[in-house]
Design a protein around this ligand. Sequence first.
Ligand code: FE2
Length: 197
Amino acid sequence: MIVLPDLPFAKDALAPVISANTLEFHHGKHHKAYVDNTNKLIAGTDLEKETLEAIIKKASGDPAKAGLFNNAAQVWNHSFYWQCLKPGGGGAPKGAVASRITATWGSAEKFFEELKNAGVTQFGSGWAWLVLDKGELKIAKTANADNPLVHGQKPLLTIDVWEHAYYLDYQNRRPDYLSAIMEKLINWDFVNTNFSK
Ligand code: FE2
């Protein structure tokens, strides 16, 4: 059975960048629905006792399990996204990953420009990511529920660019939402924990 994790901060802690109202719907309705749907789809099957990661990998690429993949990957993506945010975060990269970012993109500014561009140009719903791919830092974007884990990449950071992530606070201004997350919310401690694993 998959459990909805609590948010790692109070519902009003990310305001005004992300309002309590957005978190109420995004965590309490959307994320919860992905958890509930996943549990319904694995009930009574041999996947019932598997970890979320194992369910995602087993459902990936199997057309008969597309619904399960979409829901299970969305559970994982959201649980990861919450940990990528923290009140008083954002700004210049910190820790060991900071020097790798500079070495890879030349400057933090260039990195932020490319991360924002990935989020802005993801057509429709999806995610912008910083990943490790064969030891190299890369920026990626995925559509809908798709997730770097099933492409052999290690996720370090993600930003949800589904409209439900920003529409109540920013309406159609996805670029403003992305800028505000990068300036004020990225949890660089979490990114470094993933980088050093
Ligand atoms: Fe979302």
